[in-house]
Design a protein around this ligand. Structure first.
Ligand code: SF4
Length: 381
């Protein structure tokens, strides 16, 4: 069965946030954006003729800031999606788009809605204006409220926000206020990630100069535990180590990744996984556009060997709170988890980090904040 999920990357932003190492570019050149959208359309045509999809269950438009596109550009982009996938979209296709507060308006939302977008994920990050400024975000807390409410008024009922914690000089009280503000909004979903200081970012430079006063590990852990307690006490289930949803509103697209299922990946710097092969697209815009003029813009492509697929299945699947479906694993690989990873699993069970419940292998409650320490045990080379 061809992939049933599609990721599309829109790499433009109004500014570069101080912690960001995503493939995103700041531009005020509309010609560049139009050229990119045309190249993206060519990539859709090439990809879907080489590997025709049969049915699309989820689409996720990420960035960058997809809502950086103006209404006309958004219309062109969504018409391209419609042209290539419109006939095979599942009736209940989950069609998500990332948005940044302050980059949507009624006209743009109307175009998104008319073309089937039915889930919006806002990059809020915090409701603390001082921290937002420090992160290099362009919006303020009130704009998050305004944008989420505007989306709801435009008829979107599946709304998510991202928050960050472990930010410079952030205290538990600061983070708890952000969660409170988030919970006052009509959200169905919330993701919360701790800050990772990535290379080639302003934060990394500051960190190296000892000018990034991050909270201690204990304080960061306290924020994470508070997050879980607060969200679970407010009608949101934790279904992945960083993700919370109201019943039935878990991100179906993101579960594609955690279930180690295949997906098309389109756009500059996008990753994809199709017919047993993973690929990475060219990241720089000029290279991406030049390559799509004559073929697929791949800079890396390789077959995923069964050993790697099994490792991925465990490492990704253990991020889900329900864990890895052991029966599915055995059907998929013709081998049981026990055969390949029995010793690691026994050791982690003895340490109280893993448990088996109703045919699923999962992190214990105590191991949730320490997932990476467990995942790394499953890497064989
Ligand atoms: S808005 Fe998102 S993608 Fe753009 S620079 Fe900021 S963090 Fe990076």
């Amino acid at each position: 069965m061809p992939p049933q999920s599609v990721y599309i990357h829109i790499p433009f932003c109004t500014n570069k946030c101080h912690y960001c190492d995503f493939n995103s570019f700041v531009t005020n050149n509309p010609r560049l954006i139009w050229d990119y959208l045309e190249a993206l359309e060519r990539e859709m045509a090439l990809t879907f003729s080489a590997h025709p999809p049969e049915r699309v269950e989820t689409i996720y438009v990420g960035g960058g800031t997809p809502t950086f596109l103006d209404s006309e550009q958004m219309l062109f982009f969504l018409e391209s999606v419609q042209k290539h996938l419109g006939q095979i979209l599942a009736p209940d296709c989950e069609f998500s788009m990332e948005a940044n507060p302050g980059t949507i308006d009624r006209e743009k939302l109307a175009v998104m809605k008319a073309y089937g977008v039915n889930r919006i994920s806002f990059g809020a990050q915090s409701f603390d204006d001082r921290l937002l400024k420090r992160l290099g975000r362009i919006h303020c807390a009130d704009e998050v409220d305004k944008s989420v409410n505007m989306a709801q008024a435009a008829g979107f009922d599946n709304l998510s926000i991202d928050l960050m914690f472990g930010l410079p000089e952030q205290r538990l009280e600061d983070f708890s206020r952000s969660i409170e503000r988030a919970l006052a909004l009509p959200l169905t979903h919330l993701s919360a990630y701790s800050l990772k200081v990535e290379e080639n970012t302003l934060f990394h430079t500051l960190y190296q100069k000892n000018q990034l006063p991050l909270p201690s590990e204990e304080d960061e852990l306290a924020m994470y535990l508070y997050l879980i307690e607060k969200m679970e006490g407010s009608g949101f289930a934790m279904y992945e180590i960083s993700n919370f949803a109201r019943p039935g509103r878990e991100s179906r697209h993101n579960q594609t990744y955690w279930l180690n299922n295949e997906y098309y990946g389109l756009g500059a710097g996008a990753h994809g996984y199709v017919e047993g092969r993973r690929h990475v697209n060219a990241g720089p815009l000029a290279v991406y556009m030049q390559m799509t003029a004559s073929g697929l813009p791949r800079v890396e492509e390789y077959d995923v060997e069964p050993d790697e697929a099994m490792e991925n299945e465990l490492i990704l699947g253990l991020r889900l709170t329900r864990g890895v479906d052991l029966g599915r694993f055995a059907r998929r690989y013709g081998r049981t988890v026990e055969q390949d990873f029995g010793q690691v699993i026994r050791e982690q069970k003895d340490k109280g980090m893993l448990e088996e419940v109703d045919g699923f292998l999962r992190l214990t409650r105590k191991a949730l904040p320490l997932g990476n320490e467990v995942f790394v045990q499953f890497l064989r080379d």
